[in-house]
Design a protein around this ligand. Sequence first.
Ligand code: 5GP
Length: 194
Amino acid sequence: MELLEEKILKDGVIKSGNVLKVDSFLNHQIDVPFIAELGKEFKRQFADRPINKILTIEASGIGIASIAAMFFEVPVVFAKKSSGSNMDKDVYFTQIYSSTHSKNNDVVVSKKYLNKNDHVLIIDDFLANGCALEGLMDIVRQAGGIVEGIGVAIEKGFQGGGDKLRQMGVNLHSLAIIDKMDAVSGTIQFRKEN
Ligand code: 5GP
């Protein structure tokens, strides 16, 4: 999506450790009219799917998922990072490795908000190795629901998670895919066919 690529080039900051900061518009300060354009694009890409719920993970997925949900007219559920017991009967539980923080997070979703009747669109701000999305897919599987698709704002293609999910047959759409980025020169190269 050209609009997003231009915004990343203008406002993104490449940090060490292959981290891209876009917190001036996506996941700290939120440029709501701009993110609404991304939400509309998700709606266009998944228009043929019977989506009745959007699932994301706290904290940085909540903004984009909520704005996208306006266009789907469905509720958003966000998986919570939990410090409580994973033996709780009322929640689905999974573990997600965070490469940005180098640690495992226990993640839960209440059974009240996800079940076998749900047709779920998973949305997140970033896709790197794919751990966050695989964890969210695991939660939908536990609930007996169907993952209709996954929408991601920025995929770091060079970290491989997106291509792994595509090979698994997941209906994944990333609005911008970065194939190369270099912290020293500040250059970013996008995947062309996107
Ligand atoms: P994955 O699980 O695919 O390795 O990483 C995705 C998760 O890590 C996302 O939920 C996102 O919050 C975070 N993340 C991964 N890479 C980046 C990055 O370059 N910048 C930011 N801001 N977050 C990232």
